[in-house]
Write a protein that binds this ligand. Structure first.
Ligand SMILES: Nc1ccn([C@@H]2O[C@H](COP(=O)(O)OP(=O)(O)OP(=O)(O)O)[C@@H](O)[C@H]2O)c(=O)n1
Ligand SMILES: C[C@](O)(CO)[C@H](O)COP(=O)(O)O
Length: 237
């Protein structure tokens, strides 16, 4: 499906309002130091290198008291304290704010986790170039590399065929209004079962495009992930 007739303007939305409860850090994990900087700054620096992105919108918790170093803050990016109780709610509130600020509802929005600080600008550009003429949009993802098991009481219940199974990453790229409306449709249920943007779009019967990402674009989630992220960042410089 292709539609070349409407906007090819792109914006980033970065949900940054979580607490990082699995990360074991005192402060929210996005502010934990990685290679000498709060992790989210690495994420923003990677996105700021994507020339197609006209703006970036970082969604913070209303109670966030992080002290930002303004000199390090990327031009074209804004902070909004409109985060919600779940990732989906933070994204939805951010989309509402972007529309209220006057962005074209047909512009593309690339939603990217603050906690994926290893994303490369090359993979974001690949996502944009692959999806910009698609009628639905798409996401970075990885084909499942390992044998997959289901579990019952600590033992294997079954081995599940891995063919056609992918691990969803971010960015996930959709039209602003389309994603807003898809999330609005599940807001009444507290965004039940919506763990990424694509799942809200799929719920409406559409099929987002899968674009192969990189294993390095993992989400910093558990305590050991910080050392791995730091080692990768240092290996790049
Ligand atoms: N209410 C929330 C929850 C999460 N996020 C953001 O969504 C991204 C991915 O979520 P996840 O890794 O699950 O972060 P947390 O919810 O902070 O982690 P945890 O589930 O371990 O508490 C993170 O950048 C996080 O800051 C958000 O903006 N608003
Ligand atoms: C959106 C996401 O990064 C895709 O892998 C992920 O689902 C977000 O993490 P969460 O633990 O589901 O909030």
């Amino acid at each position: 499906m292709t539609d070349r007739s409407i906007s090819t303007c792109f914006h980033a939305l970065i949900p940054c309002a979580g607490t990082g409860s699995r990360a074991g850090t005192v402060q929210p994990k996005q502010y934990q130091q990685v290679a000498g900087q709060p992790m989210v700054m690495l994420t923003l620096q990677a996105l700021a290198q994507v020339p197609q992105l006209a703006s970036g919108w970082v969604i913070l918790s209303p109670g966030d008291d992080h002290v930002w170093v303004e000199q390090a803050w990327p031009q074209r990016f804004k902070r909004l304290a409109c985060g919600g109780a779940s990732r989906a709610e933070s994204v939805f509130n951010g989309l509402q704010a972007m529309l209220a600020a006057g962005l074209d509802p047909q512009d593309w929005v690339l939603v990217h986790d603050a906690a994926r600080c290893l994303v490369s600008h090359e993979s974001v550009t690949r996502l944009i170039e692959t999806c910009q003429h698609d009628a639905v949009g798409g996401l970075l993802a990885l084909p499942l590399p390992d044998t997959l098991k289901t579990e019952e009481s600590g033992r294997v219940a079954a081995t599940v065929p891995r063919e056609h199974k992918w691990l969803a990453q971010t960015p996930q790229m959709f039209r602003l209004q389309m994603l807003h409306d898809a999330l609005a449709d599940v807001a009444g249920s507290g965004f039940a079962g919506i763990t990424d943007e694509a799942s809200a779009i799929e719920r409406l019967g559409m099929k987002p495009r899968l674009v192969e990402g990189s294993a390095q674009n993992f989400k910093v989630t558990y305590p050991a992930d910080f050392a791995l992220a730091e080692a990768i960042i240092r290996s790049r410089t």
